[in-house]
Design a binder for this molecule. Structure first.
Ligand code: HEC
Ligand code: HEC
Ligand code: HEC
Ligand code: HEC
Length: 175
């Protein structure tokens, strides 16, 4: 009986520990990924993202078109309203307590798809994919995209994963 209780207790400590760890993964922002993911020989992921559709998602919310959509929904300012920023910015879509240095203005950035980077950003962790994944790195699949590319978007367009993934592809050619 006693050993069973000790075992249960140990399990509880383990679970509490991992839940705590998960909460410690914080959003650090694309500028922190930039320094290592800028080399053309490795796919310059930062530049590809910057030129792609996601980096400008907050600028889009400042457009006349966005204002018109918002007005029809009774929203005064799409650039600050949760109903819009939750999909147009990484920071706008997560618990404020988990935001370290990520900025609202960077739009939909790396960590919306790859997970909060505070614990995996170190070079030695990054080089070990298994370890990086234990520390919050996500290998994105279609499921991640569908958290935003869905009918809740006021301008929803049907989402074909293969096609859309090709439009934002940023592979590492040296791999
Ligand atoms: C200190 C340098 C460094 C920083 C900072 C860094 N990375 Fe990395 N990352 C690497 C290295 C090294 C690899 C291994 C592949 C390579 O050599 O490019 C890697 C691999 C990756 C991979 C591929 C994992 C795999 O093996 O499939 C992803 C995704 C990734 N990084 C995302 C990010 C994101 C997102 C950030 C910011 C939150 C970030 N990285 C910050 C150095 C870094
Ligand atoms: C956090 C929310 C979010 C996630 C996650 C997300 N997107 Fe997006 N995506 C957006 C927003 C917002 C726009 C519109 C940006 C704009 O027009 O300024 C967009 C635009 C796009 C576009 C250009 C417009 C279009 O539909 O052709 C492509 C392509 C795209 N996303 C692909 C993807 C893929 C592939 C994934 C998953 C790997 C993904 N997105 C994940 C929010 C997201
Ligand atoms: C909209 C979602 C999305 C955003 C934003 C995004 N990525 Fe990715 N990333 C992906 C997908 C999807 C893959 C391919 C995963 C696969 O093939 O298994 C990928 C792959 C990678 C890889 C691995 C490349 C390889 O061939 O090994 C790296 C490194 C990477 N991303 C870094 C970044 C960095 C750094 C940023 C921000 C500057 C970023 N990504 C932004 C979705 C995203
Ligand atoms: C569920 C996630 C989500 C929400 C919430 C959301 N958007 Fe978007 N938005 C997207 C995605 C994804 C795109 C890319 C095109 C598409 O599929 O709708 C986009 C594109 C846009 C565009 C570019 C037009 C186009 O056709 O590409 C505008 C403007 C826009 N959104 C405004 C808004 C406004 C204003 C709000 C708040 C009232 C809002 N969005 C809320 C996900 C969202």
């Amino acid at each position: 009986m006693l050993t069973k209780r000790i075992f249960t207790f140990a399990l509880m400590v383990l679970f509490a520990g991992s839940a705590l760890m998960a909460q410690n993964f914080k959003y650090i922002g694309a500028s922190k990924c930039k320094m290592c993911h800028l080399k053309p020989a490795k796919g310059e992921q930062y530049n590809v993202w910057l030129k792609g559709p996601h980096a400008g998602a907050m600028k889009t919310l400042a457009s006349a078109e966005a204002l018109e959509i918002a007005k029809k929904m009774g929203i005064a300012d799409p650039t600050t309203d949760a109903a819009c920023i939750k999909c147009h910015s990484t920071v706008g879509g997560v618990d404020a307590k988990l935001v370290a240095s990520a900025k609202m203005a960077e739009g939909v950035s790396c960590e919306s798809c790859h997970g909060p980077g505070s614990m995996y950003k170190g070079a030695s962790v990054m080089k070990n994919k298994t370890l990086a994944m234990q520390k919050g790195l996500i290998e994105p699949t279609e499921k991640v995209c569908l958290t935003c590319h869905n009918e809740e978007s006021p301008t929803y367009k049907p989402f074909n994963y293969a096609e859309k993934a090709a439009m934002i592809a940023h592979p590492n050619p040296s791999k």
